[in-house]
Write a protein that binds this ligand. Structure first.
Ligand SMILES: [Zn+2]
Length: 324
């Protein structure tokens, strides 16, 4: 399948709705053979009927109709596929992320719609919950960082509130704590947490790091006693001691903060995890000597992850109205 290499090419190529439909179908279904979401019958020897005017299939088995957007992040959206694809392209490939204002200008849609669209696309960039990094004596670096400014400088409407315990700011400030774990082969896991106590850090180790890994962290007491081989670099004394350092995760923090500080001027703490997932996706799929990922690769990988996910306006904001 042809995948455009630059944004300009992508904009030109995805002007054609049929091209978009084919691209999405090919990436979300094996061999591009549509599976009926109602009865689960896949297209094989027998094809589903293509209804050209409605741009939908009619299942040959249960005779229900479905579109390429069904059961995916694009479902129920009146936005045309070309807009979705261009926005996904930009999100995968702009190093510091892309703001809802840029998307709004680029696609000619309202900023609020662009904001929702970007959040939906970010959930396509989320790595599966259950995959752990490291193992086999591999090195995993772990570190915490603080993100955000002071509460008194925030507009009242932005002051941290909202659902969930995670994403709560540090008392008296608008700073949010993020803990990250980085395998030096390029995988990274990061989560917004309530605090950086031993209990929290140890549970993240158990959740994200495979047994048998070597952990490297700074001297923070919360790491003590982890069930892994553990090397500590004391930052009061030195930053690197042979292989023992946390430079990889610190590099990830600076990328994350550059994106948040520049592109996403102010992010509410309870949406922060979405931006972290986005940055982690770009980081894991950045071009390195061993894995020369391209723009087209990142885009194709993200597009295979759109299926089976939904994110409604209500999920995002807790409000009923206002979706697009
Ligand atoms: Zn069917």
């Amino acid at each position: 399948m042809y995948i455009p290499k630059t944004l300009t090419e992508a904009v030109r190529y995805y002007q054609d709705e049929q091209v978009c439909i084919n691209a999405v179908a090919e990436l979300r279904w094996p061999d591009g053979k549509p599976v009926c979401p109602k009865c689960g019958v896949a297209e094989g020897e027998r094809k589903h009927y293509w209804l050209a005017t409605q741009k939908r299939w009619k299942c040959y088995a249960c005779r229900k109709q479905f579109s390429v957007k069904v059961n995916s992040l694009f479902e129920d959206s009146p936005l045309s596929l070309d807009k979705w694809l261009i926005a996904l392209w930009m999100l995968c490939n702009c190093k510091n992320g892309v703001s809802s204002y840029e998307i709004s200008r680029e696609l000619g849609i309202a900023q609020k719609s662009a904001w929702h669209l970007l959040h939906r696309l970010r959930s396509a960039l989320q790595a599966p919950e259950d995959d752990k990094i490291g193992g086999n004596g591999e090195i995993v670096e772990m570190d915490e960082t603080f993100i955000g400014g002071k509460v008194k400088n925030m507009h009242k409407s932005r002051k941290p509130k909202g659902p969930g315990v995670s994403g709560r700011p540090v008392a008296g400030t608008a700073k949010t704590i993020v803990v990250g774990m980085l395998h030096r082969n390029g995988r990274v896991k990061a989560e917004v947490v309530v605090d950086r106590t031993k209990e929290v850090l140890h549970s993240l180790v158990a959740k994200h790091i495979a047994p048998g890994s070597q952990l490297m962290s700074d001297e923070w007491g919360g790491y003590k006693g982890v069930d892994l081989q553990h090397a500590i670099i004391n930052h009061a004394e030195e930053y690197v001691r042979g292989l023992v350092h946390t430079n990889g995760i610190e590099n990830f923090w600076s990328l994350l903060k550059r994106g948040l500080g520049g592109t996403y001027v102010s992010v509410e703490p309870f949406h922060l995890f979405r931006y972290i997932d986005e940055q982690a996706f770009r980081y894991e799929h950045r071009a390195t000597k061993d894995k020369p990922y391209t723009n087209a690769d990142r885009f194709a990988i993200a597009l295979t992850q759109i299926a089976g996910k939904r994110l409604t306006w209500k999920d995002l904001t807790g409000k009923e109205e206002g979706s697009f």
